[in-house]
Design a protein around this ligand. Structure first.
Ligand SMILES: CC(=O)N[C@H]1[C@@H](OP(=O)(O)OP(=O)(O)OC[C@H]2O[C@@H](n3ccc(=O)[nH]c3=O)[C@H](O)[C@@H]2O)O[C@H](CO)[C@@H](O)[C@@H]1O
Ligand SMILES: C=C(OP(=O)(O)O)C(=O)O
Length: 439
């Protein structure tokens, strides 16, 4: 089992280029099946979830390869719209194929998707949206079969602006007959990126980025070459990593307009941020300030995907901060792990009360999900002594070789498969931080 071993206390310094966005690349790769032929998707990060998506596409008869940040997919010879249960269960984003496969084949057989254990994560809004376009949905146990000889445009009202449901419905509607309007649509930048990709293929969609998206169905889409937007969550993660280590870093290939609320929150915490086109410079001198209240909410509010990471910053701040998580009911699992490193955090339902401490201490901790794992890495960078982060396959779902990025910025971080039984690390106290024995 691989782990990350971090020796904390080094201020990050230097420049890195931000990877393409996982949450934009995944629906785009799914949408490619709607146009027969060869697509080239550029700026795709090398992540576990991307490889799962490519495995699913191959299982359906596509040719799909990732090389040097470009995925080349040939969708011409697809023979199936049945996704194997084992692949469906490996990530949440497998559900993105439902709308596109239904649009192409008139039938799709899938299973409940997997993904991070951060909440119940139902798919009822995806299914209701497809039903509104005329699909017949049959659920039996874990299995879902959706059929529609011809999807027909309709008004779809989402009870909640679900990112995935908005994307699934947009993709299915792109080839439906007539006009679809999605009301209370999610407004995330990744939805705009999907709209841009679909429109490049010949779709007729506008309104992404607002809460009303209109899709005029077209009979045919054609393959294109397209480049994915930068990852705003990786950008935010590195900004916080720089701040907690009191470092100074430059991030290239960013889009700061996708991070307005996060930048505002970080500035309130005393982090200095300057923006020059697609470059963001971040530095932090001295202890961060407490922030009275951060509330996660759908875009453009503070993103839930940065909640765990910003909690580390506030754990080290001068004073008491509150974070309210409104998107996922199970997204505070990192709190117990941070407590093992000396953080003082109390949870009351959806609120985390964070009393800043002057210092965190290295410990052996477990990544319980993707962003929780990123938060523990950040905590390890700031902590005194050695931190060992276990279960890092979660982190590999969303960060393209996180240890290489951070090492380039001067962090002491290595990936190892040394088992806890063969190494003993002294962690968790002011005197901690040395590897004392290795078999
Ligand atoms: C691949 C991808 O893009 N993942 C992102 C996407 O996930 P995802 O698309 O799964 O997130 P949603 O916006 O759909 O989920 C938000 C909330 O709505 C609920 N819900 C969702 C769908 C549904 O049919 N029924 C329902 O009740 C969920 O349980 C959750 O409480 O948006 C989340 C919220 O910004 C991010 O954290 C994820 O990183
Ligand atoms: C929750 C996330 O991803 P997913 O929806 O793919 O589980 C995330 O990116 O933080």
């Amino acid at each position: 089992m691989e782990k990350l071993v971090i020796e904390g206390g080094r201020p990050l310094a230097g420049t890195v280029r931000i990877q393409g966005a996982k949450n934009a690349a995944l629906p785009i790769l799914a949408a490619s099946v709607m146009a027969k032929g060869v697509h080239r998707i550029q700026n795709v990060p090398d992540l576990l979830d991307i490889h799962v998506m490519l495995d699913i596409l191959r299982s359906l008869g596509c040719k799909a390869e990732l090389a040097n940040g470009t995925v080349t997919i040939n969708t011409a010879l697809m023979h199936s719209s049945h996704i194997p249960e084992e692949l469906m269960g490996q990530m949440r984003s497998s559900i993105f194929l439902m709308g596109p496969l239904l649009a192409r084949f008139g039938e799709v057989r899938v299973y409940q998707p997997g993904g991070c254990a951060i909440g119940e994560r139902k798919i009822n809004l995806h299914l209701l949206g497809l039903e509104a376009l005329g699909a017949k949905v049959e659920e039996s146990g874990n299995r879902i079969v959706c059929t529609a000889s011809q999807l027909v445009g309709s008004d779809v009202f989402l009870d909640f602006p679900s990112v995935g449901a908005t994307e699934n419905i947009m993709m299915a509607a792109a080839k439906a007959e007539g006009l679809t309007t999605i009301h209370n649509a999610a407004r995330e930048p990744e939805i705009q990126d999907l709209q841009n990709y679909l429109n490049a293929m010949g779709a007729n969609i506008y309104g992404a980025g607002t809460d009303t998206i209109t899709i005029k169905g077209v009979p045919r889409l054609v393959p294109v070459t397209y480049s994915v937007i930068p990852d705003r969550i990786v950008t935010g993660t590195l900004m916080i990593a720089a701040a907690v280590t009191r470092g100074s870093i430059t991030l290239e290939n960013t889009n700061s307009s996708h991070l307005t609320s996060a930048i505002h929150a970080l500035r309130r915490a005393g982090v200095q941020i300057s923006i020059d086109g697609d470059i963001i410079h971040v530095c932090c001198h001295g202890r961060p300030k407490a922030v009275e209240r951060i509330v996660t909410s759908p875009h453009p509010a503070f993103p839930t995907d940065l909640q765990s990471q910003v909690m580390v910053l506030l754990s080290l701040a001068d004073g008491m901060s509150i974070i309210k998580e409104t998107i996922f009911e199970g997204r505070f699992k990192h709190v117990d792990e941070l407590a093992r490193m000396g953080a003082d955090i109390r949870i009351d339902q959806a609120n985390a009360y964070i009393r800043g401490v002057p210092r965190l201490y290295g410990a052996t901790v477990e990544a319980t999900d993707l962003r929780a794992g990123a938060a523990l890495v950040i905590a390890g960078l700031a902590a005194r002594g050695i931190t060992v982060v276990e279960q890092i396959h979660h982190i590999d779902r969303g960060y393209d070789r996180i240890e290489e990025i951070l090492a380039r910025l001067g962090a002491s971080i290595t990936r190892t498969d040394v088992s806890t039984s063969t190494a003993a690390w002294t962690t968790g106290s002011p005197a901690a931080g040395k590897l004392v024995s290795e078999a």
